[in-house]
Design a binder for this molecule. Structure first.
Ligand SMILES: C[S@@+](CC[C@H](N)C(=O)[O-])C[C@H]1O[C@@H](n2cnc3c(N)ncnc32)[C@H](O)[C@@H]1O
Length: 362
């Protein structure tokens, strides 16, 4: 069982790319149940919050299964046992029933326990890490849909502290070039490398080097360039701060490079930052410039797969105007086709410019 990040379609696409032999059995907004999923290392997957191992599936809600599972886990343990439960979609009343019911059941079995949930809310990633994993506790992930209830034993949680460190403690940042969250950069890399272990990655719009950093941390050789010498320097310094090697150089992506690489992974150039949706004429001009940029770039590109973001303007959080509608027809003449089956939109609350992630192959 996987508890997914805020953009579930993106999380699912990442898992499918990394684990092509896994089969999805159920999927809702916040979770997915997979069969044949190998052990997932959450340090290497950006779109998953928690992983659990399913121990029960039934059409009806069966709290007894939860109580008995805890009792089985804690039998013979010394001291007070710590447990927790998280339900998706979150439901305070059911959570309360399960927490209070479990405590009572454990008491009747002679097991002293306390639950880590506060105010009958789900456990956050930090609570799962510090209250459950660090204290040898047990958390149950309970998910439900029309297809019934699944209960799973929580196994691992995303390394939230190191993502935060790589994001906010980055040596050189520049809000004007936009800041790609490290998690999203990791997802972009995974969408491109799929289950390969040794591809060379190129980011032609590297900015402060987030993609290069994440590619390096995932063990992939990489190179990057940017048209802005300040960005080249920022990337070099950010990589050096983490002891990572990369070849970063000044270059206009519209022109061919002679260096070799296997795949392109990039946030791309998203056009000017915007607080509001541009008027139609301004928008047409921005999209035309982006089309020209990408037409030149894809025209010389000599590789098989590209994962890149194109800007999309959002109205009240809803994607409205896609730059890809101009760019994709222009690059299809070079043989580039979209391979992702679902639209993959990454946006944050109150953002006007979102990112449409496209996986292109030829
Ligand atoms: C959205 S930012 C990338 C930010 C980057 N992902 C990061 O984590 O900092 C886009 C970058 O594209 C660069 N850029 C714009 N036009 C370019 C071109 N023609 N060739 C190369 N780089 C370009 C900009 O200088 C900017 O650094």
């Amino acid at each position: 069982m996987l508890i997914l990040g805020r953009n579930p379609a993106i999380s699912i696409a990442e898992i499918r790319a990394k684990f092509p032999n896994s089969k999805i059995c159920a999927r809702e907004k916040e979770f997915a149940i997979f069969e044949n999923l190998e052990k997932i290392d959450l340090k290497k997957i950006g779109g998953v919050i928690k992983v659990g191992e399913v121990f029960s599936h039934s059409l009806k809600f069966t709290p007894q299964k939860v109580y008995e599972f805890f009792a089985h886990e804690f039998t013979g343990k010394k001291g007070k046992s710590v447990f927790g439960i998280s339900i998706f979609p979150e439901n305070f009343a059911t959570l309360r029933t399960l927490l209070v019911g479990s405590k009572k059941f454990l008491k009747n079995e002679g097991i002293a326990s306390r639950f880590a949930n506060k105010n009958f809310c789900n456990l956050s990633s930090a609570q799962s890490e510090f209250e459950i994993l660090k204290k040898n506790g047990v958390e149950i992930l309970a998910v439900h849909s029309k297809a019934g209830w699944w209960f799973a034993k929580f196994k691992s949680v995303q390394p939230f502290a190191s993502y935060k460190f790589r994001d906010y403690e980055k040596t050189f940042r520049d809000a004007r070039v936009g800041m790609l969250p490290p998690k999203l950069a990791q997802i972009l890399v995974n969408l491109a490398v799929r289950d390969s272990k040794s591809l060379k990655i190129y980011d032609p719009f590297c900015g402060t080097g987030t993609v290069l950093t994440e590619a390096g941390l995932l063990g992939f050789e990489n190179l990057g360039s940017d048209i802005d010498s300040r960005m080249v320097e920022f990337s070099q310094k950010n990589l050096a701060a983490l002891n990572l090697q990369s070849d970063v150089f000044l270059h206009d992506a519209r022109e061919k490079i002679q260096k070799k690489f296997d795949v392109v992974v990039s946030e791309g150039h998203l056009g000017p930052p915007r607080k509001t949706i541009p008027e139609p004429q301004v928008r047409a001009k921005i999209f035309e410039e982006l089309k020209n940029l990408y037409e030149n770039f894809f025209g010389w590109l000599d590789c098989r797969r590209v994962v890149i973001c194109f800007p999309v303007y959002l109205e009240n959080g809803v994607p409205k105007f896609f730059a890809s509608s101009e760019i994709l027809p222009a690059i299809s003449k070079f043989g580039w086709q979209v391979r992702n089956t679902e639209k993959l939109i990454y946006s944050r609350e109150n953002q006007t410019v979102g990112r449409e992630i496209v996986v292109l192959e030829r």
